[in-house]
Design a binder for this molecule. Structure first.
Ligand code: PGA
Length: 256
């Protein structure tokens, strides 16, 4: 059975003195309840905090720490960049690749994201690869095409053994941070489409094993309906991951 995953993308939020208590709050709430125990929980704070977060959560079942980005270069004179090997060396297990904010503000291309995916996998990290269409593309009915080319150009060169380590997150750009969530029908339809693309490329077994997360204004109120969709395997949560109670409620909304 494929993994159920809830990942919290903290983006560029929280100073260190705010971040540590929030992590403890999440940890304490999870500790108190058995509900959601089997869900893979990934906290993705600003990279500066990865090591501390790893040390704080080390040994806890099904909790992992991730990075929000990494360089496609191995090492060297790339001022300001953080490499996959560095992320690994401080305890990171996952890396967000191709978040729409990186694609739009930092002009990351499918080709660059392909290189980021490769380097992440080469260092034993799991990419959480984000795809999703803009409002315009949804309105013009090109949403399937957009997502298809994002996946084709950045992921489908992978050998099955590596593709297996990738988590996909469908995040319609128009839903991120806007309060506009995709309906469960829209989410299911796209997740099913993504799974059928994987099946065409890698076969049924791998397609059935790939976790596909939904992201975009997912919160404690709408999570249960989204997670009840057969092809939605969890969520990538932005805003609501910055509130411990809400984030844990989202985790607990995964069907048991
Ligand atoms: P949101 O962000 O939950 O605040 O919409 C999701 C994301 O950007 O991953």
């Amino acid at each position: 059975m494929r993994k159920k995953i809830v990942a919290g993308n903290w983006k560029m939020n929280k100073t260190y003195s705010e971040a540590v208590p929030l992590l403890y709050e999440v940890k304490d709430l999870l500790w108190k309840s058995k509900k959601g125990e089997s869900v893979i929980k990934i906290i993705i704070p600003p990279s500066l905090y990865i090591h501390d977060f790893y040390e704080t959560t080390k040994g806890l079942k099904n909790i992992f720490i991730g990075a929000q980005n990494c360089s496609y270069e191995e090492s060297g004179a790339f001022t300001g960049e953080i490499s996959a090997s560095m992320i690994k060396s401080v305890g990171g297990s996952y890396v967000l690749i191709g978040h729409s904010e990186r694609r739009s503000y930092f002009k990351e291309t499918n080709e660059e994201l392909k290189r980021k995916t490769d380097i992440t996998l080469a260092h034993g990290l799991h990419p959480i690869f984000c795809v999703g269409e803009s409002k315009d593309k949804r309105e013009s009915g090109e949403h399937f095409k957009v997502v298809e080319s994002q996946i084709n150009e950045s992921l489908f060169h992978l050998q099955p053994g590596n593709f297996k380590k990738v988590v996909i997150a469908y995040e319609p750009v128009w839903a991120i941070g806007t309060g506009l969530t995709a309906t469960s029908t829209q989410a299911q339809e796209m997740h099913h489409h993504i799974r059928s693309l994987i099946e065409d490329k890698y076969g049924r077994i791998l397609a059935e094993e790939t976790s596909i997360l939904y992201g975009g204004s997912c919160n404690e109120k709408n999570a249960a309906e989204l997670f009840a969709c057969p092809d939605v395997d969890g969520g990538l949560i932005g805003g609501a991951s910055l509130k411990a109670k809400e984030f844990v409620e989202i985790i607990q909304a995964i069907p048991q």
